[in-house]
Design a protein around this ligand. Sequence first.
Ligand SMILES: Cc1cc2nc3c(=O)[nH]c(=O)nc-3n(C[C@H](O)[C@H](O)[C@H](O)COP(=O)(O)O)c2cc1C
Length: 493
Amino acid sequence: MGQKEYLKNQQREVLQNCGLINPENIREYIARDGYQAMGRVLTSCQPQDVIEQIKKSGLRGRGGGGFPTGRKWEYAARAVNEDKYIICNGDEGDPGAFMDRSVMEGDPHAVLEGMVIAGYAIGAHRGYIYVRAEYPVAVERMELAIKQARELGLVGKNIFSSGFDFDIEVRLGAGAFVCGEETAMLNSIAGKRGEPRPRPPFPAVAGLFHKPTVINNVETLANVGRIFLKGPEYFAGIGTEKSKGTKVFALAGKINNTGLIEVPMGVTLRSIIFDIGGGIQKGRKFKAVLIGGPSGGCIPEDHLDAPIDYDSLLKLGAMMGSGGLIVMDESDCMVDIAKFFLEFTQDESCGKCTPCRVGTKRMHEILQRITIGEGKEEDISLLKRLAEDIRKSSLCGLGQTAPNPVLSTLRFFEEEYLAHIRDKHCPAGVCSRLVRFEIIPEKCTACSICARICPVEAISGEPKKPPYFIHQGICIKCGACQAKCPFSAIAKI
Ligand SMILES: Cc1cc2nc3c(=O)[nH]c(=O)nc-3n(C[C@H](O)[C@H](O)[C@H](O)COP(=O)(O)O)c2cc1C
């Protein structure tokens, strides 16, 4: 697929500058109308007007939950305090997600512009960009952008001679998934352990250093300047009734065209996967798409025509999340996928609350035994019960959403769990304890390559006297024989 075809079904608003301008040169951003919206806001709008315009645009947070941005700003604006803060959430810890990183690397000034406008709206004079240290280019570009904006008086004291002061600093995260959660992030920025705390009080009332704070995702903030530049009506004209604007997705997995895409809200998953993504690699069959990362859900073929918006995805047991899309094909085992994500959340659980710390571990243990053929039928109901308890009683979104990949795979692929449990068989041939390698007698030429490559000497036979034989009791299912057989004479069953 050529670039023209790839871009045909996309609408680049947030990504409009990415790849086109030199992000290390502020003048290139300015040449594409950068900082014009901020200038207009600071010199001719009252803070309340700014909030009204954002509300009118219908912008909702792109960090996962989809909370209306205008309402969030309004709560913080109403809080009476001399010190308030804006935090840009650039933690992005989901496996397979790289949207925010790309915006910070490709258009850092759009993020700064959004932060200054947000600061003006709520009456804050300081902002922090929280970026994980594993994103060194993003960190470098954001720091350079702040320096260049400060030199031109676009960040700092008396911006545009409006009397408004706003300065920004970058704060590095150490790469803990939980630190993307807003209250854990507040602790991390304040130099404390990155653990969440109960809400209320919400950060808009008592956030960083207990002061009113707005925390917004990178992509949310990158939309702000454009909303003022093109008008809230323009933004509200894109998308669906309740989900306005565009969304950036990171396409990953078994898809032909991986990479970043931006589409209007409301397009279907089918269109993303097949029209833009170019379908499944190696002509294989589509099986499911995981949307929303470890907090999200797996959506099967039957639901590919669902529009992508916050509410439709929740109905399917998934969520928009920050925009990671991982496509799976027939060679993926859904139990193994659920186990992978549970392993991730269990690993990343901060351990503060018991349901998340212990519950995710127990769920992972159950999935582990199912994938090695030791599962029981009662495990299915046990998984569902545990999932419900963890969802209801965990302290933060990490635990509350951790069971989602398990619940959604149980909802749409329960028969695959049952095949592992009842038949001790992994239909996708992924769970190594549940697969067997066997030599196909008609194809074997007794070339002996398999016997020579086998690391545990599980294959025997006489040269030139086919077929060779695999001793199942010795075989460790590494698949080396199958990979090396020049005659495709070894089958995985
Ligand atoms: C475990 C966990 C990780 C999160 N990671 C991120 C993240 O990397 N980036 C992000 O913007 N929001 C993340 N969130 C959501 C934030 O808590 C918060 O809702 C968001 O930054 C608000 O910004 P928005 O209103 O612009 O979406 C995470 C939430 C949870 C529970």
